[in-house]
Every structure is written in C-alpha cells, then in structure tokens.
Design a protein around this ligand. Structure first.
Ligand code: SF4
Length: 383
C-alpha cells in the first residue's frame, strides 16, 4: 500500500474505506429477505386482540409440549416479549440471551430475534435444538461482513487481535479472538489495550469509533453499520431536545457520532432500559430500535418516552426506527417452528467449535469481572 509508512493515519483511513460494503439494503431485487423491502413483506399480518390471545395460548402450549423455552430480544414484538416472560423464558440483550439459553435446562431454545442470535445460542448449546420463527431474519451488520472478505482483512493484519461484535455470522466468529456485545465491549477493549494489543474491529463502525474514543485503543475498523441506528439524525435530535429540555437523551452506540455526542447515557439496550427505570428524570429521548419502548413502558410506566428522530414521518422501511428483520418474528412463527420443527439452526461442527472460543472468552471475562457489565457509560452527566 503506497504511502503507508509515511502517513499511517491516512493509510489506515484508506484501509477502512476499502472495506466499505456497497450493498443497497433498500433494493427491491435482492435474494431472500436480505433487503428491507423483502423483510417487511415477510412480516406477518397484524392480529386482532382475540387472535393475539389465541396465538399466545397456542404458542405457550407448544413451548410446554416440546420442552422449549422462548428467548426473546428487546426489539421483537411486544406479544413475543410478554409470552417469553409468562412462560419462563427471557427478554434480554444479546449477551444475556446467550447466557440464558446456555444455562437453561430446556431441550429446545426458540430464539426470537435475528439469525446471529440463533447461531450464538447453537454455538453455546450444541446439544440443544435451536429454532427460530423465521430463519431469514438477519442483520445488516452480519450481511455487511461476509466471512471470506473478513478473513482476508484479518489475514492482512496478523499483528492485530480480532474483536468482533455479536452481530456477525458463526463463520466470522470462527476467525475472531474475541466476541463482544455492546454490554461488555468497553471493558474488554480496555483490557486488551492495557495488555498492549492492537485491535482489528468489526463490523459496526459507529460502535467501534465510540469505543476507540473512550479507550484510546489502536483499532483498525471494518466499515459496517446498522441500518436502523445509522438513521438517527443529530440535527433533528437537537430540535427535539429544545422542545423537551428536561428530557435525558439515551443513545445506543450503533448510532452516528453526532447523535452520541448529545447523549446523557450511551449504552446497550439493557443499559438504556436501566437508565429509564432507575433515572430520576421524568422524560427521556431514546435513540435505539423502538421495540425497546415496550419493556421501558412496562418497567417505568410513569415516565414519558420520545423516540429519537430518524429521517422523518414520510419514511417507511429504512428509517422508521424499527428493524424489519426483528419485525419478522411473530407469535405465528413461534407456533409454526414448534409444530413443524422448522427454522432450525444447523452449523458446521468445525465452524461451531472455532466460534465457541471467542464467545467463551467473552463470557469468562464477564464472569470473572463480577456481574455482567451493564454497558452503562455515563457520557455527559447521566442521572
Ligand atoms: S437493529 Fe440493526 S443491529 Fe439490530 S438486528 Fe436490526 S439491523 Fe442488526
């Protein structure tokens, strides 16, 4: 690479740019559900109140009949979250989902979320059957980091410790030294920096930059982004803050820099939830997938919540602050996968075994540092 030695920072920027993915997630002709339009088209139709009650009861019966437990992410439909809690499952972020599924005695895990979450469950619990309501539910961070290209990127930088975000395929995890979630990324990178390690980070560029700013670590970054969080807008957020000057601003670190810069709290979904429940403020502006609002409203019913602005009311699939792949999860899918045995996660054993190493390293780190770090990062005076 010409000029690398004369200007390392410029060379690094150039390397980052070479990793840009050009896939348009809003295109109409992509295969399967790998674009937002296809994903929205696969979202099951809304149900009436009676239908919801009937599907919930049918899903609960199927869970019991198959010795299954429902492990749901905060971003999925509220009915699924309620069903998980009512049937002994969990509603959590990806770190806690992984731990819950591993530790639970059920023979079958039904993972309501996106594919990498199902894969992580299978990596940790190879003897359990892992089902998903829709196997095509994916994630732009996962799609934007293909294993072959990522492996070549790693091979070109053998001096760096490879740290990948949970939102990656099993094959990408198999190439990594560490997996992190937004709950534990900061202490793990701090730990690696203290050991003098240089880091290769993938795939989310916003989270990576935030962690780099907080730790000062030497991080070479893949250029991925979450299509939902990438749409939060700094200027519109400033206007909303003027309308609600008492509101605390809670931001997930997959959001752009101009949004994070205005945050009172930057953190994982669990950390943002905790900030609302424990915070003394009465109003909060929340910059993350609006699926989290369901649990926030349940646990903090007296608080007023505002969704952080995306591209405006006229936008549909790209900037509605809701992940189309999370939206593909529905009660009907839970029933279908259990009744038919469909949507099973199957992994190549060699890939699974390799991917296990980086996940186990993360879980061991989290456990050896006491309770799971909540990812709560006081940024500008959080309450
Ligand atoms: S919200 Fe973003 S990071 Fe989460 S699954 Fe959807 S695309 Fe991926």
């Amino acid at each position: 690479m010409t000029g690398c030695h004369k200007n390392p920072a410029r060379a690094q920027r150039r390397e980052i740019m070479t990793q840009a993915q050009s896939f348009d997630y809003t295109r109409q002709d992509a295969a399967g559900a790998s674009c937002t339009a296809q994903a929205w088209a696969k979202v099951p139709p809304s149900l009436t109140r009676d239908e919801r009650a009937q599907w919930k009861s049918r899903a609960a019966a199927q869970l019991a009949a198959h010795d299954a437990v429902l492990v749901a992410h905060y971003y999925v439909d509220g009915d699924l979250q309620d069903l998980a809690l009512a049937t002994g499952g969990c509603v959590a972020d990806s770190l806690e989902m992984a731990r819950f599924g591993r530790n639970h005695a059920a023979h079958t895990l039904v993972v309501a979320g996106v594919r990498f979450m199902g894969e992580t469950a299978k990596i940790l619990s190879p003897d359990k059957r892992v089902l998903m309501p829709d196997l095509e539910a994916t994630c732009t961070l996962d799609l934007g980091c293909p294993a072959d290209e990522f492996t070549a990127f790693c091979d070109a930088h053998p001096d760096r410790t490879v740290v990948v975000y949970a939102n990656t395929s099993a094959a990408v995890k198999a190439r990594a030294d560490w997996m992190v979630t937004s709950s534990c990324a900061l202490p793990i990178v701090q730990h690696l920096k203290a050991r003098g390690e240089k880091i290769l980070w993938a795939p989310d560029r916003h989270l990576g930059r935030y962690i780099q700013e907080q730790t000062g670590a030497d991080m070479l970054m893949w250029n991925g982004a979450c299509i939902v969080h990438d749409e939060f807008k700094g200027l519109e957020l400033e206007l909303l803050r003027k309308e609600h000057p008492q509101a605390k601003v809670l931001v997930h670190p997959e959001s752009p820099q101009g949004v994070i810069a205005q945050a009172d709290v930057v953190g994982s979904t669990t950390a943002l939830l905790k900030a609302v429940v424990d915070g003394s403020a009465a109003e909060y502006i929340v910059a993350t997938d609006n699926g989290l609002m369901h649990r926030m409203r349940q646990l903090a019913p007296g608080k007023t919540l505002y969704e952080a602005p995306t591209a405006g009311q006229s936008a549909t699939c790209k900037s509605c602050a809701h992940c189309p792949w999370m939206a593909m999860n529905a009660l009907q899918g839970v029933v279908a996968c259990l009744e038919q045995g469909s949507g099973e996660i199957v992994l190549d054993e060699a890939v699974r075994a390799k991917a296990l190493t980086c996940i186990t390293r993360m879980l061991d780190f989290v456990e050896s540092h006491g309770a799971a770090p909540a990812g709560l990062v006081p940024h500008l005076g959080a309450t």
